[in-house]
Design a binder for this molecule. Structure first.
Ligand SMILES: Nc1ncnc2c1ncn2[C@@H]1O[C@H](COP(=O)(O)OP(=O)(O)OP(=O)(O)O)[C@@H](O)[C@H]1O
Length: 250
């Protein structure tokens, strides 16, 4: 079995001194997409912030390629190979696409890798990022996380406000990132799209893990997802007849 690129063991994370994440253990394998799901407020972003060093890890261990990082400053975690695409992260609108990528470049990262993944950006290298479409701007945001050649990339709801077709396009690239050997950890509101590209899934409820297993086990099973998100009894027939929740419709 491949050693995990990222390993969390009994991790608890506070937000403004309030405990939010409790005792979370999970791994992310290199060359695979690990999906984190959960309802609004379940603690997904707080968990990501804890991994990246933006929220306080109260207890537990986080290892990046075997090295403990839970006490490192965020910039040192980034240098150690952790990329983070934060929710609602935007571009520098008055800088060109190329300048946006250059400001994030460190070490030996190649812009050509980003242009290969996103030919749309290659054609617009010299255009100010503010003129790009929402999807293209998200490509720049992703590209900025990639130019420092991370081993692990955390991606928090990159699909916010984007059309489903654009989200599908971005998901293809997420799969390609894994194909390059990167361990991708993906939070995504369109659960079924994420489960298509992912290998392992973890569902958070009230700051704890309530499911860990293969994505295939949850794919298309809206009733199970609903129960995992919210707890309680199975959906009624009327619920089922109403179809998937709007947030689940790509
Ligand atoms: N800066 C903060 N200060 C205090 N509490 C916070 C802060 N940020 C988040 N929280 C609380 O932590 C809990 C988890 O929020 P978090 O944003 O991690 O959930 P989430 O699963 O990412 O939700 P969403 O899908 O809406 O982004 C919520 O109860 C939220 O109110």
């Amino acid at each position: 079995m491949t050693a995990p690129a990222l390993a969390l063991e009994g991790v608890s994370v506070d937000r403004a001194e309030v405990p939010v994440i409790h005792d979370v253990s999970l791994d992310a394998a290199p060359g695979a997409v690990t999906v984190i799901l959960g309802a609004n407020g379940a603690g997904k972003t707080t968990l990501m912030d804890g991994i990246a060093g933006l929220a306080k890890v109260k207890s537990g261990a986080i290892r990046l390629d075997g090295t403990p990082i839970e006490k490192m400053a965020p910039y040192r975690r980034a240098r150690a190979g952790l990329g983070y695409v934060e929710q609602a992260r935007t571009t520098f609108r008055t800088l060109t696409v190329e300048q946006n990528l250059l400001v994030s470049q460190s070490g030996g990262g190649e812009l050509s890798t980003v242009y290969k993944l996103f030919p749309e950006l290659d054609k617009r290298r010299n255009l100010q990022a503010g003129y790009l479409s929402g999807g293209e701007q998200q490509m720049v945001v992703l590209g900025r996380a990639l130019v420092s050649e991370p081993k692990v990339v955390l991606i928090d709801e990159m699909s916010l406000g984007l059309a489903p077709m654009v989200v599908r396009r971005l998901m293809t690239t997420i799969g390609e990132l894994a194909g390059m050997g990167i361990a991708v950890v993906l939070i995504e509101q369109f659960a079924n799209l994420a489960l298509e590209v992912g290998t392992q899934a973890h569902v958070l409820r009230k700051g704890g893990v309530v499911f860990s297993g293969p994505c295939a086990e949850l794919r298309g099973d809206d009733e199970r997802l609903h129960r995992l998100y919210f707890g309680g009894p199975p959906l009624t027939t009327a619920d089922r007849d109403a179809g998937p929740a709007e947030s689940e419709r790509p």
